[in-house]
Write a protein that binds this ligand. Structure first.
Ligand code: ADP
Ligand code: MG
Length: 337
């Protein structure tokens, strides 16, 4: 059942990429194995996300677009250990308030799906039957059509698409076991096959996904990392200093599967790179930190990707020491070679 929760509202929809982010996170939360994204005009005209996840029951379609209805936590205590990407129940209603939304979904065991339309937050009266495989499709049309002030702040199609691509890279790196197929104006943008972890280790699945996304250039300069201490686990890759393409967009840090941009994290990483390499160039890395979800608060600001660690000092030191050790060993290896 959907819980009408008590979490304060925040502005989440700034641009097409924010819509894509919320829809994809919902698909991932629904356990999707494959997700298709169709975009027109960088998402301003149309964004459609189709997944093969658990689906939404007929009677919960209207609730899904109602403010503060989430099926993902059932009490405020659950906020202590949020595992899903969404939990505020404000994404779909926020999107519905600034665009036309069509929600079609079918749960396993239902003979067909159900569709509900909404325009500017006004819901159609009743869901109508619709043909649909198990899973959910959300179509968002004419973003900000009734909010000219917001539309004015949109950049060129190229810029908006760039934001979407950056977001797709983050989510695809966070979840290599999920397939992503993305089209823009009828042309294929991405076709990432699911990388099943059963076929290898988590590291192998990630490596294949990373190669598919960033090409060989990064991997062939990457030092692999796998460190753990006191309930903290850091794995992934950092680029050797020899790797020198524009790297500002090659900084990915995931905390329990969620992409994070955090001061404490970037500080620890930068310090380690500077200490070993003695230069201030932008480091390139794809790192995954795992820790007890109760040790990290993701409820700080959902759109800004910040987190708060309960033991900030300890996390900072662990990151710094792990990276320092790996980089120092890697650089020494390069010198010997
Ligand atoms: P939140 O993700 O914070 O719970 P949202 O507004 O994003 O809030 O979604 C509201 C609810 O709609 C979700 O809690 C979920 O129950 C349902 N929902 C949305 N998208 C999907 C989807 N793709 N598959 C299954 N359920 C979904
Ligand atoms: Mg959500």
């Amino acid at each position: 059942p959907l819980l009408i929760n008590q979490i304060a509202a925040g502005e989440v929809i700034e641009r097409p990429a924010s819509v894509v982010k919320e829809l994809l996170e919902n698909s991932l939360d629904a356990g999707a194995g494959e997700i298709r994204v169709d975009l027109e005009q960088a998402g301003v005209k149309r964004i459609q996300v189709r997944d093969d996840g658990c689906g939404i029951a007929r009677d919960e379609l209207a609730l899904a677009v109602a403010r503060h209805a989430t099926s993902k936590i059932t009490s405020l205590d659950d906020l202590e250990a949020v595992a899903s990407l969404g939990f505020r129940g404000e994404a779909l209603p926020s999107i519905a308030s600034v665009a036309r939304v069509e929600l079609t979904s079918r749960r396993a065991g239902q003979p067909h799906g159900w569709r509900l339309c909404s325009d500017g937050g006004d819901l159609a009266d009743e869901p109508e039957p619709a043909a649909h495989p198990i899973g959910t499709s959300v179509e968002v049309r004419d973003l900000f059509h009734r909010v000219p002030a917001r539309r004015k702040f949109l950049r060129t199609e190229r810029t908006e698409l760039g934001h979407i691509e950056q977001l797709l890279r983050r989510l695809a790196l966070a979840r290599p076991e999920v397939g992503f197929r993305v089209q823009h104006n009828g042309r294929e943008l991405l076709d990432l096959r699911p990388q099943a972890e059963s076929q290898g280790s988590a590291s192998q699945a990630r490596q294949l996904r990373l190669q598919a996304l960033l090409g060989e250039a990064f991997m062939s300069h990457a030092l692999e990392l796998d460190e753990r201490a006191a309930g903290l686990e850091l794995s992934g890759w950092v680029a050797r200093p020899a790797f020198s393409r524009s790297q500002a967009d090659l900084q990915f840090f995931f905390v329990n599967g969620r992409m994070v941009r955090d001061k404490l994290v970037s500080h620890a990483v930068r310090q380690a790179f500077q200490d070993v390499l003695h230069h201030g160039r932008q480091p390139a890395y794809v790192l995954y930190l795992r820790l007890d979800p109760r040790q990290v608060d993701v409820n700080v600001h959902p759109a800004k990707q910040e987190v708060r660690f309960r033991e900030g000092r300890q996390v900072h030191d662990f990151l710094f020491r792990s990276l320092h050790r790996r980089l120092a060993a890697g650089v020494q290896g390069d010198d010997l070679a």
